[in-house]
Design a protein around this ligand. Structure first.
Ligand code: DQA
Length: 151
């Protein structure tokens, strides 16, 4: 059975109360429940993780080497700053999809820079919580088609 990690970075534990104009009123639990349900339908195992700490995110990713087939990651603000998270994703050689709830290209200039996008299978931005479901579908399509992408 394919195993996928769904990783959320800083401040995404505040969804539901945080800048609802950008992020809506759904919570991280709502996202994880929807992704888990879609994964169950697809016969895939999901593990969810959220941290506000860059180091904890790096350590979590490092420990997934060899045990996960894919990663769906919304790194929050670390998208725009973290070489460490980029390096961790490259070190574990697990294919990943980058997700953003808001359309980062329609916001401040600094949100247009991502340290992950050029290494991601794909990037989804601006579709709210549906972005995680789209990411799961895209990742599964890629994993099922491309055996070299499966660890
Ligand atoms: C975000 C966009 C980031 O720029 C921001 O720092 C976040 C959330 C999004 O999901 O739209 O925390 O990744």
């Amino acid at each position: 059975m394919l195993k996928i990690s769904v990783i959320n970075g800083p401040n995404l534990n505040m969804l539901g109360m945080r800048e609802v104009g950008y992020y809506g009123t759904f919570t991280l639990d709502d996202i994880n429940a929807e992704v888990s349900s879609a994964a169950k339908d697809a016969g895939v195992e999901i593990e969810t993780f959220q941290s506000n700490s860059e180091g904890d995110l790096v350590t979590y990713i490092q420990k997934r080497r060899g045990s996960m087939n894919g990663i769906i990651i919304n790194p929050g603000a670390y998208t725009h700053t973290s070489i460490a998270i980029r390096d961790a994703l490259l070190a574990v050689e697990i294919p990943f999809v980058e997700v953003h709830i808001s359309n980062v290209y329609a916001r401040e200039e600094f949100r247009r820079k991502s340290y992950l996008s050029d290494k991601a299978i794909g990037v989804i931005s601006g579709f709210g919580k549906d972005g995680y479901i789209f990411a799961l579908k895209g990742l599964l399509t890629r994993l099922n088609l491309d055996e070299t992408a499966v660890c």
